[in-house]
Ligand binder design. Sequence first.
Ligand SMILES: [Zn+2]
Ligand SMILES: [Zn+2]
Length: 326
Amino acid sequence: MVLDQPGHPLRALELATPVPGARQVLLKVRACAVCRTDLHVVDGELPHPKKLLIPGHEIVGTVVEAGPGAGRFKKGDRLGVPWLGGSCGACPSCRSGRENLCDGALLTGYQIDGGYAEYTVADERFCFRLPDEYADAQAAPLLCAGLIGYRSLVAAGDARRLGLYGFGAAAHIVAQVARFQGRRVFAFTRPGDDDGGRFARDHGADWAGDSTQAPPEPLDAAIIFAPVGVLVPIALRAVAKGGTVVCAGIHMSDIPSLPYSLLWGERVLRSVANLTRRDGEEFLALAPRVPVRVEIRSYPLERANEALEALRRGEVRGAAVLVISG
Ligand SMILES: [Zn+2]
Ligand SMILES: [Zn+2]
């Protein structure tokens, strides 16, 4: 399924099976989760996607063939491919353990082709082995919703009372991890979304309310998963002195002007960008210990546009996943 031009639906297109280049593996894709970032790419909110792009960066596939110099995995191994598809390895960010900030990074399903396809190629150095406990479709959302959610949770520090704004694929995973770590979780959903509140309580939230409500007690940190800038002052108001507000998405509508008093008291406002391979190794080891239960709604590959539309409308409980059979 390819994107010809942002703002247009994806189109089914028959392409030649890609040939793995140096250090790449050719993967038969089994499942690819649909991330909000894919929507930002398809809708043209992220600039300059690859021309004739295959989106998708939460890919589960099995190795079919290895390219020149690729020897890390063998045929038949099941791997995960995340958003960070490559980094330069030489810049100050890469050399200081912050490859997520590399200017030369190659982002899967944005700058290089991703997993809305039957086959894809990936740099083996950026692939992960996946825990056996998870079936393909349940493993796929771990690769971004889980992994970048985990990075956001780490960025929130050792907050005991954690707020989550927007309870989609990432939050339903992060809430379970946070509970496992002994934190209390306060979930904020769209006003009027009672079903979303129930879903949140079923997946680790101690309390659920709508995002215009104040929590019953001050929070130590909050993570904003919804791409809605208006939530920033709301979340800052909900956190106690010294608390952190983490913006976890790659794109957000403008943040309204806010009084300095909301930031005063050593409150911290920060973003989380991309992921490092270390985040992936840590999170994929942790997920089965929790154990994180991943809720999915599956779609066949050719119905990718429906999956994107359901996500756009906020109709998906958990993660939408394209399942590629055969
Ligand atoms: Zn770099
Ligand atoms: Zn993503």
